[in-house]
Ligand binder design. Structure first.
Ligand code: UDP
Ligand code: MG
Length: 315
């Protein structure tokens, strides 16, 4: 019988572990799906890991790990994929904002031969107006960059073992899980779901952490901003050609004294372009620097005893 692993990244979610475990195990038992739940506590500072241990004691299908510090949701997703031993793996939030019933749909599609089942949001749940605008812009840009429609995509997905292995083989440390499954290809289908309200706890994302996340992800998938530097350079050259002609004409006609405004403006504009370009290049160098150091994506400090293989300790 095929095994379904469910990966649940959890950061300061002590109120959610027991409830989520109960909801999922009831559902999967009822559907007669052989399952395991993998909670990855992303360096939680509250009792999340203790809750995972408690859940694991009551239900041997619950496994879990605790990071040595907060490494971010991407890292906890990848740790979960690494620890999972299922033939199919579902990644979902542990706050049940991803409705569990959809797992059954995903599972059926997987049994029908699909290798990736993408969860697509029909509504974005309750979000601030600013958040919606930025998320909208971000997904439009990302979709253009990776030439695939990513709008309304989420981290709620089912992946076949083959796809999981492909993702785990990737040497890069800065990953964007949501887009990587599009990038990987495979036989893909999508299911729609409606984002639920959070029952316990609160969202871990602030506006600034989302901005950082957006920039990191966009640059991890595209070098287009670097080409923007070239475009800025070309624009400045064209502009300076026009001004050069004008300046020369003025000089030859003997009216060349004025023009401090032009000089100041030019210095400001070109200075701005140069600094912007250096910033963009610097950002990519920073990313290269981080990758080259080759540090692990995460460090596991504790694991429940039932986790397969110790080789998964850190990656
Ligand atoms: N999460 C995580 N590490 C982090 C932040 C969040 O593992 O640094 C987990 C969190 O516990 C939750 C999921 O990622 O299961 C989504 O986070 P959250 O619900 O805060 O985000 P939202 O649903 O508001 O987008
Ligand atoms: Mg949530």
């Amino acid at each position: 019988m095929a095994l379904l692993s469910i990966v649940l990244p959890s950061y300061n979610e002590e109120q959610n572990i027991a409830h989520t475990t109960q909801v999922l195990s009831e559902l999967l038992q009822q559907e007669q799906i052989d399952y395991e739940l993998i909670f990855v506590s992303d360096g939680s500072k509250d009792g999340t890991y203790q809750e995972i241990l408690k859940a694991a004691e009551q239900n041997p299908r619950v496994r879990g790990a605790q990071f040595s510090r907060n490494f971010g949701k991407e890292a906890s997703i990848f740790a979960g994929l690494q620890l999972a031993s299922g033939d199919a793996v579902v990644v979902m939030d542990c706050d049940l904002q991803h409705p569990p019933q959809v797992i059954v749909q995903m599972w059926k599609l997987w049994n029908a031969g699909y290798e990736v089942v993408e969860g697509i949001k029909t509504s974005r749940g309750r979000e601030s107006f600013l958040h919606k605008c930025f998320a909208g812009a971000f997904y439009r840009i990302m979709s253009a960059l990776i030439k695939m429609d990513m709008n309304a995509s989420s981290d709620y997905k089912l992946l076949d073992r083959k796809v999981v292995d492909v993702l785990l083989e990737l040497p890069e440390k800065n990953t964007f899980f949501r887009a990587l499954t599009f990038w990987a290809g495979f036989k893909t289908v999508s299911v729609e779901y409606e984002v639920q309200e959070r029952i316990y706890g609160e969202s871990k994302w602030s506006f600034f952490s989302l901005m950082r996340y957006a920039i990191a992800n966009a640059t991890s998938f595209s070098t287009l901003p670097l080409q923007l530097v070239t475009v800025l350079g070309l624009v400045s050259i064209l502009f300076s050609l026009v001004l050069a002609v004008q300046t020369l004409v003025k000089y030859l006609t003997g009216t060349a004294v004025e023009g401090f405004t032009t000089v100041i403006l030019l210095i400001l504009i070109i200075g701005g372009f140069i600094m912007l370009s250096l910033g963009i290049i610097g950002h990519y160098i920073a990313r290269i620097y981080e990758e080259v150091k080759g540090r692990p994506r995460y460090i596991i400090s504790h694991m429940t005893d039932n986790v397969r293989g110790k080789e998964a300790q850190s990656r």
